[in-house]
Design a protein around this ligand. Sequence first.
Ligand SMILES: O=P(O)(O)OC[C@H]1O[C@H](O)[C@H](O)[C@@H](O)[C@@H]1O
Length: 538
Amino acid sequence: MTPELQKAWDALRAHHKDVADRRIKTLFHGDRAAAFSAQTEDLKLDYAKTNLDAEGVQLLLDLARAADLEGRRAAMFSGAPINETEGRAVLHTALRNIDGGPVTVDGQDVMGEVRDTLARMEAFAKSVRDGSFTGQGGRITDVINIGIGGSDLGPAMGTLALAPYHDGPRCHFVSNVDPADIAQVLEVCNPETTLVIVASKTFTTIETMTNARTAKAWMSERVSDPAAQFAALSTAEDKTAAFGIDPARVFGFADWVGGRYSMWGPIGLSLMIAVGPRAFRAFLDGGAQMDRHFQAAEGTDNLPLMLALVGIWHNQICGYATRAVLPYDNNLSRLPAYLQQLEMESNGKGVSMDGADLEVHSGPVVWGEPGTNGQHAFYQLIHQGTRVIPCEFLVAARGHRDELHHQHQLLVANCLAQSEALMTGRDLDAARAKVADRFEGDELERQAKHRVFPGNRPSVTLAYPQLTPFRLGQIIALYEHRVFVEGVILGINSFDQWGVELGKELATALQPIVEGADASGKDGSTAGLVGFLRDRGL
Ligand SMILES: O=P(O)(O)OC[C@H]1O[C@H](O)[C@H](O)[C@@H](O)[C@@H]1O
């Protein structure tokens, strides 16, 4: 860590010591709500309900500067190999730069290829949607995307998010190697009218390849040329050919698109088939708009920067180990899962870019569920548990059901009530007043204590007009850049994922053992579990 960066961390920690005990609510005077929010025409990020003050924000901005955020950001957009452990550029932004200028990697403009692939995807999606591409039993009724991690979560989350725009064939997403996953999808599909999309950046992921073979076998029972109803999305075009997929239905992309950043390109094909090329373009436009905003907006006007700095404040400075993402937008119900990969696979590292042990914590545990469901499940702990969980709310002005707008208004009231309750809490006097008509004496005290809400719990709220394709693009790109900024400040490589390798290697080594080979070379626990499962039918 450079002395300048060290100084910036120290200054923030010292500031936190001074302000840790105050109550957020006492900070509300003057124009706090406006000063502690970042806004574009369509998006408002409110972080007034945090313990940040002007000095805290300034110190966070100093931290970003000391980490050379501007330099790293320019390096990313310019196509420099900032994924240093893999020697790759990081240019998922190029996939949505459709109306923008050239983007060069190793001196070559990649935009021609990006546009060509997008045009091929659009032509194919159109042919599936209008029935000119058919299965061997007629028009395509079902699309099955087989992929995992970044080759699943993006299109699965996006297809659900844009359900009101879904006018193409039904889309199913199979990810788990657990046969239960694929079996229940195959059960409801007709092989003669189903398109299978095998989505895998590497085309070697064992779960995906196993499911793809199962789908091919299922299809070959009913159609004479199953491969004709397969498409592939991958960087490994040689491997897609070996699987028997016609290059006309192979949509390739370059290694400078990370798996968890890949829904903007070919990996988004199932989403494009669901909502149509036009809506998909609007999604790309939303992402591109956020890219421009991220590069141009200054300091506190910059949404991804401020979302990241609030995250750093909570996770690193206040020591809150997790953050809850709570969309009050049911169609975003897979957003928490999507963000778990985006954030935790990107910033869940213990080693800095230069190979030294990290001197700060890795990124936070991210989790969540849509409101209002979470309110009736785990909000108890958020309100009264002993650990503070910063909450991130998402809420739209309007849903897609005008006739049920009164229900949407109730949803919004719930969202706003939660952030208010978290901040304000309820003190012992107010709690006593709640039960004074039913209890007295010691029992009144005891009952009141259970009804105290400590409050002073921070949250941020992202508000937007409506979850359209364009807006989804903005929101996903906002989170991507937030992860980038946090990664730069932590000094890590947000674009590799070595931490997933060991489990994969050991699973491969364990396969013969679960199939019957001798387990005695394994530790006693593993061997014991194999024995237990074998005795019961493994
Ligand atoms: O797209 P694939 O190559 O099949 O990879 C699928 C996923 O598996 C890997 O193990 C990585 O952890 C993920 O980043 C990736 O998205």
